[in-house]
Design a protein around this ligand. Structure first.
Ligand SMILES: Nc1ncnc2c1ncn2[C@@H]1O[C@H](COP(=O)(O)OP(=O)(O)O)[C@@H](O)[C@H]1O
Ligand SMILES: [Mg+2]
Length: 351
C-alpha cells in the first residue's frame, strides 16, 4: 500500500461540521469537489474529488479515528475495505486507487462511479426493479465465486448506485469479510437494522444467503418507496416482512421469489446469488389478473398443511381397507357358527 504521505490535514471533527467545509487534500494531489455522504457515528465522510494533475474524478473516503467513539472499529473498517477491494476486479465495483494516512485520519481513494445511490428518492417501475435486482445479483455472484467467497454485510439502498441504464454498482466494503473467517468482535452485529439478516442479529454463522436477505429488503424498499430509515415499518413482530399487501401490482411468482429472498430462516432462502439469479431471470414481474396466479399464491403458504391432510387421509383409508379385509374371514366363521347353533336347536324344537 502506498500510504503514509506526509499530509497536513489540519481540520478537526469538533462539534458539527459545516456542510460547505472541505478539507485540503492538495498535498496528496486531490481537490475536493463536494461531499457525497457522512456517517458521524462511524467517523466517516465521503467526498467527490478530482486528481489535480489528471483532473480525473475520484472518491475520497475519510476515516476520522480521533474524537469519535468508534476509533478502533473505524481503523478496522478502513483496513478491511482496502484489503477486500484490492482483491476485486469487477466493472461494477469501484476500484481501489490509493490511500494516505495522518495521525487521527485515514483516507481511501476509490474510482468514482457516476451514478446516484438508491438512498436518494427515485421511483422505479417493477420491470426496472427486476433489472436492478439482476444487476446486483451478478455482482454478488462474482463476490461469492471468489476463491475465498466474500460477504458484503451491508447491502442497502445507500450502498447501491444505479445509473441511467439501470446498471447497479456496489460500494462500501467497510463491513465485508471473507466467508468462513471469524467475525471480529467489534463488528459482530454491525450491519444496518432492518437490512441485517436474522442470523447476524443472533450471532450465527453467515452464509452466501445472508446478503440475499439484505438485497430482498432493499428491493422491498424500492417497491414500496420506503426510505432505509423507515424499513422497520414493513417488518412485523416475527421478523417477517409484511409486504404482500403493499405490492399489489407485482406477479405472484415475483412475490414468491421476493418472499424467499427475505425468509428469516436462512435455510429456506435461496442458497446463494447464482440460484437466486437463475430463479429470477424467467419470472414475469407485472401481475396478471389470472385466477390461477392468485390461487397458486394463496395455496403456497398452506402447501404443507394440504400435504399433511392428504397423507393423513391416505393413512385412514389404508387402515379402513385393511380392517375390512381382515374382518371378512371372521364374519364367515361367525355365520357358520350361527348356522351350526341353529342346526343344534332345531331337533329339540321338533320334539
Ligand atoms: N465509488 C463511488 N462512486 C460514487 N459514489 C460513491 C462511491 N463510493 C461511495 N459513494 C457515495 O458516497 C456515499 C457514502 O459512501 P460509503 O462508502 O457508503 O460510506 P459509509 O461507510 O460512510 O457509509 C454512498 O452512499 C454513495 O452515495
Ligand atoms: Mg455506506
Amino acid at each position: 500500500m502506498s500510504c503514509m504521505i506526509d499530509l497536513d490535514i489540519s481540520h478537526e471533527y469538533e462539534g458539527t461540521i459545516p456542510c460547505n467545509y472541505h478539507p485540503d487534500f492538495s498535498a496528496a494531489g486531490y481537490q475536493v469537489i463536494r461531499e457525497l455522504g457522512r456517517n458521524l457515528e462511524g467517523g466517516r465522510i465521503t467526498y467527490l474529488a478530482k486528481e489535480i494533475n489528471s483532473q480525473k474524478k475520484v472518491v475520497i473516503k475519510e476515516f476520522c479515528c480521533a474524537n469519535t467513539t468508534a476509533d478502533w472499529s473505524g481503523v478496522k473498517a478502513y483496513e478491511r475495505e482496502i484489503q477486500i477491494l484490492q482483491q476485486l476486479n469487477h466493472p461494477r465495483i469501484p476500484r481501489y486507487i490509493d490511500c494516505f494516512e495522518k495521525p487521527g485520519f485515514f483516507c481511501l481513494i476509490l474510482e468514482y462511479k457516476d451514478a446516484p445511490s438508491l438512498g436518494l428518492k427515485r421511483r422505479f417501475n417493477p420491470q426496472e426493479i427486476k433489472k436492478i435486482s439482476l444487476s446486483i445479483l451478478e455482482i454478488l455472484v462474482y463476490l461469492q465465486q471468489q476463491v475465498s467467497p466474500i460477504i458484503h454485510r451491508d447491502i442497502k439502498p445507500d450502498n447501491i448506485l444505479v445509473d441511467e441504464h439501470l446498471n447497479a454498482y456496489l460500494v462500501d466494503f467497510g463491513l465485508a469479510r471473507l466467508q468462513n473467517t471469524k467475525i471480529d468482535f467489534s463488528t459482530l452485529v454491525a450491519g444496518t437494522p432492518g437490512f441485517m439478516p436474522p442470523e447476524e442479529q443472533c450471532g450465527h454463522e453467515l452464509t452466501a444467503a445472508s446478503d440475499l436477505y439484505s438485497l430482498g429488503a432493499t428491493l422491498i424498499c424500492l417497491f414500496t418507496n420506503t426510505r432505509s430509515v423507515d424499513i422497520g415499518q414493513l417488518i412485523d413482530d416475527n421478523y417477517r416482512f409484511n409486504f404482500q399487501k403493499l405490492l399489489p401490482q407485482i406477479s405472484s411468482q415475483f412475490r414468491l421469489w421476493l418472499k424467499k429472498m427475505v425468509e428469516p430462516n436462512r435455510k429456506r432462502r435461496y442458497a446463494n446469488a447464482s440460484v437466486a439469479l437463475q430463479a429470477l431471470e424467467p419470472i414475469r414481474v407485472i401481475g396478471s389478473r389470472k385466477k390461477r396466479d392468485y390461487l397458486v399464491a394463496a395455496m403456497q403458504p398452506k402447501k404443507n398443511i394440504i400435504i399433511l391432510g392428504l397423507v393423513t387421509l391416505a393413512i385412514i383409508l389404508a387402515v379402513l381397507a385393511i380392517t375390512l379385509i381382515v374382518s371378512q374371514p371372521g364374519d364367515a366363521a361367525n355365520s357358520i357358527e350361527i348356522q351350526n347353533f341353529t342346526n343344534v336347536e332345531e331337533p329339540s324344537r321338533s320334539n
